[in-house]
Design a binder for this molecule. Structure first.
Ligand code: EPZ
Length: 427
């Protein structure tokens, strides 16, 4: 079992170019089921979630080949409509095939993904909304059996919560629903806009993506066709490197994303005293003399992104004063704090709030990744901790970050991948 060994105390500089967005590309891949043909998707990150989604598509009869950062997906013979549990349990996002399967085949058998470290990850909004579009559901033995015997029809849908996944599944199913579907209180993330652009290139008629009200005018299944697409830059991967620069950088250039896709996150980081220079396709960031405390509330986009919460918690643990972090999106996304406390942070968690009282330094220690973003944040903490930090559970990090170790080392960090046993011997 490999772990990441981080030697703290090095200054980062230079340039890093981020990949295409994990939280867009997984849905673009699912959408290729909706119309038979050959699709070319570029800027596809080399991460394990993409490998799992590729296998889900293969299970459905698609052919998926990768050439460098491009995927060629042929869904001409993707006649399957059921996804096996062993693949779904590896990646919850496979639920994104539900809408496309209903659109293409009028039925789906999708294993219920379980919860995960950060929360229960309910799907009630997906099912309730798809029912409004004419879908019947049966749930048995952990399998969701969905069918639209009379085809899908339009509806006006009001989401209790601006769920990213629910918005995406409804939008994809509604593409071929008869009539005009409205999604109100829709998620507004840049990845939703990227998916809507992709669907429109396939022949869909979607307007309003990126605003709270999305309108989908139904078109015939036959009118949909394959297309090519470049995935939008990964704003969360970018934000993770921005925090690395804020902690120990000297003019670190993070490129390949739109700074406006990280609007509030960058504003909060600047309010903590970090200097950020904006470029057309990125930012330049340097560590300040000291960090100011800050209060953060995670909310659906354009609110502060929950996927940047752990990274900002590392910054608050070294800020002057007390910061309050409120997690409003997931019910259990503070497990990471326990690991940061092992490194000397002074954090008290109370339900949805974490009070982080800045300390003068963190000290390297053996820690365990609890989830994707928590794992990445532990690496960030290791960059500035005294001594060496050993991070296990790196399979979480590999789900969403391509070559995280290599990219940080290119900026001047000192990270290495070591076997767990060897690392224990070194202790
Ligand atoms: C997407 O998850 C992202 N994943 C998450 O990124 C991200 O944190 C999340 O959106 C919020 O931005 C992918 O895109 C693959 P939600 P998703 O539906 O779609 C509740 C990462 O680190 N909810 O907006 O699952 C749910 O329980 C990952 O890259 C319901 O109650 O997020 C959660 O508390 C982590 N009922 C909240 O909404 C539903 O039917 C947000 O869920 C659906 C959701």
């Amino acid at each position: 079992m490999q772990i990441i060994k981080v030697e703290g105390g090095h200054t980062l500089s230079g340039e890093v170019y981020v990949e295409g967005a994990k939280n867009s590309v997984l849905k673009l891949m699912a959408a290729t089921i909706m119309a038979p043909g050959v699709y070319r998707i570029s800027r596809v990150p080399n991460i394990s979630d993409v490998a799992v989604m590729s296998n889900v598509l293969r299970e459905l009869g698609a052919q998926v080949d990768r050439i460098d950062h491009q995927l060629i997906i042929d869904t001409s013979n993707a006649d399957g409509y059921s996804t096996p549990y062993e693949l779904v349990k590896k990646m919850r996002a496979s639920i994104a095939v539900l809408g496309p399967l209903l659109a293409r085949h009028g039925k789906a058998r999708v294993s219920m993904p379980g919860g995960c470290q950060i929360g229960e990850r309910k799907l009630d909004l997906h099912f309730l909304s798809l029912e409004h579009l004419g879908t019947n559901f049966e749930f048995e033995h952990g399998v969701v059996k969905a069918s639209a015997p009379n085809g899908l029809h339009a509806a006006s849908i009001y989401l209790d919560f601006a769920s990213v996944g629910a918005t995406e599944n409804i939008m994809m199913a509604a593409v071929v629903a008869k009539g005009t579907t409205i999604i109100d209180n829709a998620a507004r993330e840049p990845e939703i806009v990227d998916l809507a652009n992709f669907l429109n290139k396939m022949g869909a008629k979607i307007t309003g993506a990126g605003s709270p009200v999305i309108t989908i005018e139904g078109v015939s299944q036959e009118s949909l066709h394959a297309t090519d697409h470049e995935t939008v830059g990964d704003r969360i991967e970018a934000g993770t490197f921005v925090v690395a620069g804020a902690l120990c950088g000297d003019k670190v250039k993070v490129r390949g994303f739109k700074p406006e896709h990280l609007g509030l996150a960058l504003q909060k980081i600047r309010q903590m005293g970090v200097s950020i220079e904006y470029l057309e396709d990125g930012v330049i960031v340097s560590k300040p003399e000291h960090l100011n405390a800050i209060d953060i509330q995670t909310l659906p986009y354009p609110g502060f992104p929950t996927d940047m919460q752990a990274q900002l918690m590392v910054m608050t643990s070294l800020a002057q004063g007390n910061s309050i972090i409120t997690e409003n999106v997931f019910e259990n996304r503070f497990m990471f704090a326990g690991e940061l406390i092992r490194m000397g942070a002074n954090i008290r968690v109370d339900g949805h709030h974490a009070i982080s009282q800045g300390v003068t330094k963190l000290s390297g220690a053996p820690v365990a990744s609890t989830d994707l973003r928590g794992g990445a944040a532990l690496v960030l903490a290791g960059l500035v901790a005294d001594g060496t930090t050993m991070i296990s559970g790196i399979e979480h990090i590999n789900r969403g970050y391509e070559d995280f170790v290599g990219k940080l080392n290119q900026l001047g960090a000192k990270l290495s991948l070591v076997e767990q046993e060897a690392a224990l011997d070194e202790e």
